[in-house]
Design a protein around this ligand. Sequence first.
Ligand code: FE2
Length: 669
Amino acid sequence: MVDYIVTVATGDLAFAGTFNNVYIKLVGTKGESDRTWLTSLKWPLSFYSGTVCVTVSCPFSIGKLILVELDKQPLFVYLEDNWFPAKVEVKSPEGDTYNFPIYRWITDSEVHRFREATALRVFDDAHPLGKYSRDQELMEREEDYRWDEYLEGIPYSIRSEGPLDLPCEVRFSFTKTTEFLFTAVTGLSELGLSGLSDSTENWPDMETLHRVSCSKLTNILEYVQEHWKEDTFFGYQFLNGVNPMLIQRCSVLPNNFPVTDDMVSLSGQHTLADEMKKGNIFLCDYKRLDGLKANVVNGKKQYLMAPLVLLHKTPDDQLMPIAIQLKQTPADDNPIFCPTDSEYDWLTAKIFVRSADFNEHQLNVHLLRTHFMAEVFAVSLLRNVPMVHPLYKLLVPHTRYTLQINNLARGLLISKTGVFAKFAASGGKALRTILKRSLSSVTYRSLCIPDDIADRGLEDVPNFYYRDDGLKLWEIIHRFVQGVLSFYYIYDSEVQKDSELQMWISDIYKHGFLTQPGTGIPESFTTVAELVKFVTMVIFTCSGQHSAVNAGQFDYSGWMPNTPFTLQRPPPTTKGTTSETTMLKTFPAVNTTVNGMSTVYLLSRQSTDSVYLGQYPLEHFSEKKPRKLIEDFQRDLHELSEAITVRNVDLEVPYTYLDPKVVENSVAL
Ligand code: FE2
């Protein structure tokens, strides 16, 4: 007889343990063990948490281990009791140690097979039993993770009736669920706004608005309250606020934005043409919002503009707004506002821009470009790539909680009865149009920050911390991904013949980008370099990019005048008709304001079980090389974090959203 020492670890999650009986069978290249009851001295609490160790005896060596089979059976007094095994380690009589990552809920009495941790591409999987279990796993996953067309013209999502309909592995943990629901329920009272959530009154004065908005200030939110009216801060937010994605260098004025030298006063008496030539003029064009029918809130028609904003980089490196036109088509009743206009004309124009920015940011930049993209990458991975594949091991940590948070977003935020329908200017029909128009603007280059910054002409704009930190983060992720993938793929031909990799990208192309060749998204991979770039983009989108457009929501939107969800009056059609009174009537009503505040508060609260970029508590890789690359990745991220901390000391408004120590591995919020 020969003995195999088997250690089974139960995951460190609430209710991970089981009172059911658990059985294991070892399967090797030369045979298999008997199905063995896993028990220990501590029975029946052995599987409650931690590890159990048993000896599995075989009459002869079963060779190199390929997989383990696990099943659990209810005891006669207990019903089926779910179990979350983390991993199995087996020491063979030959002295080898085999690891089997699991990290899955077992909820039934069926036999489940788990592969040894050494990554295997599809064409490496030569043994018939390995191949069989690989095919079985993918067949099951295709059933569990089905595509659904939530809305025609936007990326597909996972088919599910609700969070509890999602496969157990991708649901929130007990901790995450509890904290999320707690904040959702108590957000209004934590912010001291409970009594105001039903009031459809307008804000009577700025003092009242200030008084009710002060209970839970972040440092940045406090700064925003003090500086929201200032042009320098208005300009700053296009670079380092929650939406750094719209601004671009302007070398020729758009035909529909007839700004003249008479309208703008540029420092140093330069003309617009001179300044454009020097690269000092920038444009933000909200054309995606043009012609939309805005929502009705509290029974009142709302207003959503599609502004054009021109900005000037001054000699002292400030980005100053110099002209704003609130509608796309030039007309006498569509004035171009300038800083020289009356205080409230200019401020009102900026408020309409900030409100347009809220809707553009939330639907295009945040929801579509990070949440929905991350879901497409995840569903395609889960449908097409088995656990033993190196790509699964690399990417699955970057899919954590994404399917459930998106399910909640569809149900609670953008549904017909969601927060947008109730409180945002873009709620209702406009929302669908914005999402569809936005998808047509999503190109591969716009998802890759080095290309995106170059295409927008923003390489040398001063004080652009999103770009500075983002490019460094991209480089660090790229180095890590290149290290891991070039360990598994030396030749381009290996990428070409990996049918699982090819299915992954082809499904993304079809269900994420709706088979539109103009996007530049690859339909297939032909080289290792292409694969490395795409996977870098996937990890960057799920981690850094999402953090950049998510983490500052309460900071920048928690003070309503800086980011109104909606506006209740049309913009002025002539100059000289505005005042503080018209501004207060234009602002959203009290209930809209406070429900908006509590929503962005909820969406900015990370859970205590968050996993930050580069942390891989679930050990999918067992080979030395990728494990060493993970250590290098963590060291690089730590160095970037330190550098960002030092840089931020001297900044009036610290930029923290791309600091690796606050960036989560996945779109989880
Ligand atoms: Fe988010």
